[in-house]
Write a protein that binds this ligand. Structure first.
Ligand code: PEP
Ligand code: MG
Length: 559
């Protein structure tokens, strides 16, 4: 790294620092490539009548170019990121819509340039999405911008990826996952954008490619020039332009420490997870895709404590069929074998997408999780059948979200058994003893946990929702983020009640909420008697390192 960073030093310019939101960790040294911003007004609008055939031709050629390029990127993405290839396939579907092509051709025939026709038509289509009630559909309107941009690039007969050389760091207003994939192939080391979210597609992709990234740095494309020497710090969200010699030395050291830490943590992947005094902790992962599962396995997870099946709906934009689910669950259970795979029933409603879901004033307090499933038994049944049919390897567990009454649990268990019996009558082999458990994520479920425990095989504490509902503070609302505190004694007492109930009835109890990965919570959770901890894959090794240093006999005295 030392050599690589040397040539980028710029001694004549004053060092500048900017702070944005870190979205993908890592440190890199490189040269800035500032993406050119072109507004719709930079294109000519009208053409003469005799230019129309040529313009139509230009549009057809751009369409072919853009779709070929997209197909090429999809092929690359399939190997690197299944999540992203699904998104790119959506782009291709939009791009290949023949009705849209016809509208664009009609506008060109009316005397408009191909660029103008493309921008106009995509804007019209985008409106439908922007006005949708469903926030997920509204968010997808951005896809139209990405496809428009690809077509406009095609019309200009240029691909921006050509400008991105090895060792560059891209700076732009926003970045599409498609371009990011191409930049990555061209040797780009990181990116910085003015807008974008931590959960945006580009951010997700950056994390899976281990590329440092910073978002939310407003007007940054006007403050940095092409070829400027820069350092991107994806741990703290700091961008340094024209770094001084001292700054470079500091970051060379910081990068080395980060690499060493990664390496030493890597060695822990195969270490048994026990406390200093030999108390075993079952470390598992929260995942929502096969990709995540591979990462989890690499980091030494001993199974999956939470499979968020909602991802299947989001990826497909509809509830998956029984067959689609069977294939997915089978593959996941096969990869995690012999360790458990805990499949959570669809937790739709509230902030999570669901097809045809009724509009509610207070969706977090409405028809979500098990409440929705008991109203849509067709969807619930499909999932139950798929889970059982995929259970041949006998390592699947099934978990119900948002349980808050005994009756609700009894009705759910009866329905699950009824559906299982149907399979038995149909002669379909399955794991008859498949463990069924529940999330403890409402205060009610914790308070009546002694009545729920005898009915199920395991509990898993969902601190994200347990905190939200106990503290009456929306988990996504930044105005009440100080009240949304999983360490509040009210939340801890409820957790303790659930743990005691589980121990009393001899069932497993784990935790899969975000608190499980919090560095300040490890001693507390283990001291309380939690033996199964499930966290997102990147947190596994740090967590294991902490567990290895804990003395169970000491921490269990604290509570
Ligand atoms: C939780 O509520 O803590 C949990 C793990 O579930 P989710 O975050 O998916 O609601
Ligand atoms: Mg939850």
């Amino acid at each position: 790294m030392q050599n690589q960073s040397e040539h980028i030093q710029d001694t004549n310019r004053e060092e500048l620092r900017f702070k944005g939101i870190p979205t993908s960790q890592g440190i890199e040294f490189g040269k800035a490539i500032v993406l050119f911003k072109e507004g719709p007004s930079s294109y000519p609008i009208h053409i003469s009548e005799e230019s129309i055939p040529e313009e139509l031709e230009r549009f057809s050629a751009a369409l072919v170019n853009a779709s070929e390029e997209l197909q090429h990127i999809i092929d690359i993405a399939q190997k690197e990121s299944a999540k992203i290839s699904h998104i790119l396939e959506t782009y291709l579907l939009i791009l290949m819509d023949s009705i849209m092509h016809e509208s664009i051709r009609t506008r060109i025939k009316e005397g408009y340039t191909a660029e103008n026709a493309v921008i106009h038509e995509f804007d019209v289509q985008k409106q439908f999405f922007t006005l949708a009630k469903d926030p997920i559909i509204r968010e997808r309107s951005i896809d139209f911008d990405h496809v428009t941009e690809r077509l406009l690039n095609g019309l200009r007969n240029r691909t921006i990826s050509h400008a991105v050389a090895e060792g560059s760091i891209v700076i732009g207003s926003s970045i599409t996952p498609t371009d990011l994939m191409l930049f990555h192939k061209a040797g780009c080391l990181g990116f910085i954008t003015e807008i974008g979210g931590i959960a945006s597609h580009a951010s997700i992709l950056a994390r899976s490619l281990s590329m440092p990234a910073i978002i939310g740095l407003r007007d940054i494309s006007e403050k940095v020039q092409d070829e400027d020497a820069i350092i991107i710090d994806g741990f703290s969200g700091i961008l340094i332009v024209h770094p001084t010699e001292d700054t470079r030395s500091f970051y060379i050291q910081k990068k080395k420490e980060a690499d060493d830490n990664k390496l030493s943590l890597g060695l822990l992947a195969n270490t048994e997870c026990t406390t200093l005094d030999g108390y075993p902790i079952h470390l598992m992962a929260n995942i929502d895709s096969i990709e995540d599962l591979h990462v989890a396995m690499k980091y030494g997870a001993k199974g999956i404590g939470l499979l968020r099946t909602e991802y299947l709906i989001i990826a497909r934009q509809h509830f998956p069929t029984e067959q689609e689910q069977i294939e997915w669950y089978k593959e996941l259970s096969h990869i995690s074998f012999p360790h458990p795979l805990t499949i959570r029933a669809f937790d739709v409603g509230s902030d999570k997408y669901a097809e045809g879901l009724a509009e509610e004033d207070n969706p977090a307090l409405g028809l979500r999780g098990i409440r929705f499933l008991l109203q849509r038994k067709d969807i619930f049944k499909n999932q139950i059948r798929a889970v059982y049919i995929a259970s041949k390897e006998k390592n699947i567990r099934f978990m119900l979200p948002m349980i808050s009454t005994i009756n609700e649990l009894k009705i759910s268990l009866a329905f699950i058994e009824e559906s299982r019996l149907e399979l038995e009558h149909e002669g379909i082999p399955h794991d008859m003893a498949l463990p069924i458990g529940i999330m403890i994520e409402t205060p009610a479920s914790a308070l009546i946990s002694d009545s729920l425990a005898p009915l199920v095989s395991f509990f898993s504490i969902g601190t994200n929702d347990l905190t939200q509902y106990t503290m009456a503070a929306d988990r996504l609302n930044e105005y009440v983020s100080d009240i949304y505190d999983p360490f509040n004694p009210a939340v801890i007492r409820l957790m303790k009640m659930a743990i005691e109930s589980a121990k009393k009835y001899g069932i497993n109890i784990g935790i899969c909420g975000e608190l499980a990965g919090h560095s300040a919570a490890t001693e507390l959770l283990i001291g309380l008697g939690i033996q199964e901890i499930s966290v997102s894959p990147p947190l596994l090794l740090e967590l294991k390192k902490r567990i290895l240093h804990i003395n169970y006999s000491e921490v269990s005295q604290l509570h």
